[in-house]
Design a protein around this ligand. Structure first.
Ligand code: ATP
Ligand code: MG
Ligand code: MG
Length: 282
């Protein structure tokens, strides 16, 4: 295959979407597989896409966390920007749910705990992901989940000046405030996490429709369906987490990702819920 900057041997394409392609490659210096995301050729001279790609590289590079795909190197060849990252051998959480879903409560909560920990790290650095969905979560084959694709993430410090209100992420995970054309905040990420938890537990999406607009309207108007209606073994405490994370009004959601993490922690250890205060014998 093609050698990128005399270091990366391109082995084949493994993914990509609107603005970038993702390749599996061999780093011949460190002798390891890597994934390389590069801006597509047709956007090589498009200032807006270059700026967006730069933002993605910056957001992702500033974060170091076991549940976030690591960025090793950022470069340019023949005016094409690229990002070298940790290769996660496995599948996306979307494929994982399609193959094994619905997932049992313990596994769903364990995966969600890892994703929430990654997003907590982003939020602590004032970065909002804005595109949380199972397609952007990679499962490594050892039960480890890794969040990727900070392609439309924003640094909150820069939002006031640069954030547009256009809908950029997938409509299936879109918070009501974004559906309304408002700004995405940390609470919008919490909403998307609630939808992902719903999908792991039930193997389906809470809202579907004929068009993106009809789905967006359901995020605005329809109550999140009960996960216990699909599986009665799901504890009420877990149902409550999905409902609180996906509350229409951001003020009714968890106050922060830390509160969301804590709720998951408690639900993973149900004995914490049943603790009775100690009463001495008479
Ligand atoms: P676009 O922005 O153009 O829509 P994208 O943002 O969807 O593209 P990514 O989500 O970063 O691009 O990657 C697309 C797909 O490539 C992922 O869903 C996954 O299947 C694969 N992929 C991305 N990064 C990695 C990685 N580090 N290891 C393994 N596979 C990866
Ligand atoms: Mg993606
Ligand atoms: Mg993307």
């Amino acid at each position: 295959g093609h050698l990128l900057n005399e270091r990366y041997q391109i082995k084949g394409k493994i993914g990509g979407g609107g603005m970038a392609d993702v390749y599996l490659a061999r780093d011949i210096i460190l002798d390891r597989d890597v994934a390389i995301k590069s801006l597509r050729m047709e956007y090589a001279n498009d200032q807006e896409f270059i700026a967006r790609f730069d933002r993605e590289a910056q957001s992702a590079t500033s974060l170091a966390h076991p549940n976030i795909v690591s960025i090793y190197d950022v470069g340019e060849e023949d005016h094409l920007l690229y990002m070298v990252m940790e290769y996660v051998e496995g599948m996306t959480l979307k494929e994982y749910i399609q193959r094994f879903g619905p997932l049992d409560v313990q596994e769903s909560m364990d995966i969600m705990r890892q994703i929430a920990s990654a997003i907590a790290h982003a939020h602590a650095n004032d970065i909002v992901h804005r595109d949380i969905k199972p397609q952007n979560i990679l499962m490594d084959g050892h039960g480890q989940a890794k969040v990727t694709d900070f392609g439309i993430a924003i640094a909150l410090s820069a939002t006031a000046l640069t954030q547009t209100n256009s809908i950029l992420g997938s409509v299936h995970y879109l918070s009501p405030e974004q559906a309304r054309g408002g700004m995405a905040t940390k609470k919008s990420d919490i909403y998307s996490l609630g939808i992902v938890l719903f999908e792991m537990l039930t193997g389906r999406l809470p809202f579907s429709g004929q068009s993106p607009v009809s789905i967006a309207l359901k995020h605005l108007q329809s109550d999140t369906p009960s996960v216990r209606r699909f599986n009665q073994d799901i504890p009420q405490s877990v149902e409550n987490i999905v409902l609180k994370a996906t509350a229409k009004n951001p003020f009714h959601r968890y106050d922060s990702i830390y509160d969301f993490e804590e709720a998951i922690e408690i639900a993973l250890h149900p004995d914490h819920l049943n603790e009775e205060p100690y009463t001495p014998p008479i």
